[in-house]
Design a protein around this ligand. Structure first.
Ligand SMILES: NC(=O)C1=CN([C@@H]2O[C@H](COP(=O)(O)OP(=O)(O)OC[C@H]3O[C@@H](n4cnc5c(N)ncnc54)[C@H](O)[C@@H]3O)[C@@H](O)[C@H]2O)C=CC1
Ligand SMILES: O=C(CO)COP(=O)(O)O
Length: 344
């Protein structure tokens, strides 16, 4: 490793993935004595982590190593942190970063775990980070893959992808988050890795809707496969790579999210398919289901680049109330017939 080890790692966000990924990091760097500190918005959430409180579902299922601590004080968490991991809801990133950035170490590396597109700007999280912090692209990375937090908290094996324009930075992060149950690969296609994770949430909403309406596995497989086709069109038209979409952050994450009852996006889709209104679904979801917010931004981005994304469009219409879930399949199946490999 050519880059020196970090003095400390900060994880901003004490939700399911922030807490779980902090454990992955802490397990990975425990032998080097590197502390991992989590920022929790609320004092009680920070106390739960520090006291390994048994009322929290995550802490019951997770063996948090001794080198993890938490605080609700952003300055305390960020000071001295050479690696800063961002794990908050995507639509809050811009606002929260404006505060975080005051405490970033000047040479810190920033790693986004978030899988959303910003509404209004259609920017990926790495782009929002670059815009707000003015950090160079060789110190901004993303991590994405088939990574349902609860399974990783239980130390069930999985792999992921660390993407950065600078391969040395990606390798440095990969070495810091390599645990016996977590294997990170590296990639320099940041756009492809990030968009794969964003769009699969929308496809998972569509799959969930089909499940909720009682449709079967042929339907699910069709939506997954054609979902990957429209994701591929978008990624290629924006300059990403096909091999990225065939990998863990593309097909891998799509399959995991669309098949799992642990997925919040899949669950939200299922509730919509069962006839609940979006407000009722939002009331039932205690955690972030990014696809609900990102769908419109992805659709706008695709339209701006003249990329057809019919499943995404149908999900947007359902979410915005202009198409009923019952009519979604009919709308998609009535499209003009074409060759499978056709662009658009
Ligand atoms: N949970 C999972 O299995 C995975 C989640 N992700 C991504 O990680 C990101 C974070 O997800 P989770 O940790 O699962 O979400 P979560 O809903 O469990 O937690 C989000 C955390 O962010 C905090 N937060 C900080 N500032 C906030 C603000 N301004 N508004 C609202 N909440 C704020 C909340 O208090 C909460 O602790 C999302 O983009 C998600 O797509 C990615 C891979 C796996
Ligand atoms: O991104 C995820 C798995 O890789 C988590 O999916 P959900 O946000 O739908 O739970």
């Amino acid at each position: 490793m050519t880059k020196p080890l970090p003095r400390k790692i900060a994880v901003m966000g004490a939700g399911s993935w922030g807490t779980t990924f902090a454990k992955v990091l802490a397990d990975s760097v425990a032998d080097q004595g590197i502390p991992v500190q989590i920022w929790a918005r609320r004092d009680d959430a920070a106390n739960e982590i520090n006291e390994r409180h048994t009322n929290s579902r995550y802490l019951r299922e997770t063996k948090l190593p001794a080198n993890i601590s938490a605080s609700s004080n952003q300055r305390e968490v960020l000071e001295g942190a050479d690696l800063v991991v961002l794990a908050i809801p995507s639509q809050s990133l811009r606002r929260e970063l404006a505060v975080f950035k005051k405490y970033f170490e000047p040479e810190a590396v920033l790693l986004s775990l978030m899988k959303g597109l910003e509404r209004g700007t259609d920017l990926r999280m790495s782009e929002v980070i670059a815009e707000i912090t003015q950090f160079p692209e060789d110190r901004i990375a993303v991590l994405s893959g088939p990574n349902l937090a609860m399974e990783i908290a239980r130390e069930q094996p999985t792999a992921s992808v660390v993407a950065c324009a600078d391969s040395e930075t990606a390798q440095w992060i990969a070495e810091l988050c390599s645990a016996p149950y977590f294997r990170p690969y590296t990639n320099d296609d940041v756009l492809g890795v990030e968009l794969g994770g964003i769009v699969k949430n929308i496809i998972a909403l569509a799959v969930g809707m089909c499940d909720g309406m009682g449709m079967g596995d042929n339907t699910k497989s069709t939506v997954i496969t054609r979902g990957l086709a429209e994701t591929t069109r978008l990624v290629l038209s924006l300059g990403g790579r096909l091999d990225t979409l065939a990998g863990l952050s593309g097909l891998g994450d799509l399959v995991a999210t669309c098949s799992s009852s642990l997925s919040r996006n899949n669950t939200a889709g299922r509730l919509l398919g069962q006839g609940l209104f979006l407000d009722e679904v939002n009331d039932r979801m205690s955690q972030t289901a990014e696809g609900i917010k990102s769908a419109r931004a992805v659709f706008d981005l695709a339209r701006a680049h003249e990329v057809e994304m019919p499943i995404t469009e149908a999900v947007v219409m359902v979410l915005e109330g202009s198409l009923s879930v019952e009519n979604m399949a009919a709308r998609l199946l009535a499209r003009e017939l074409k060759s499978e490999g056709e662009q658009n």
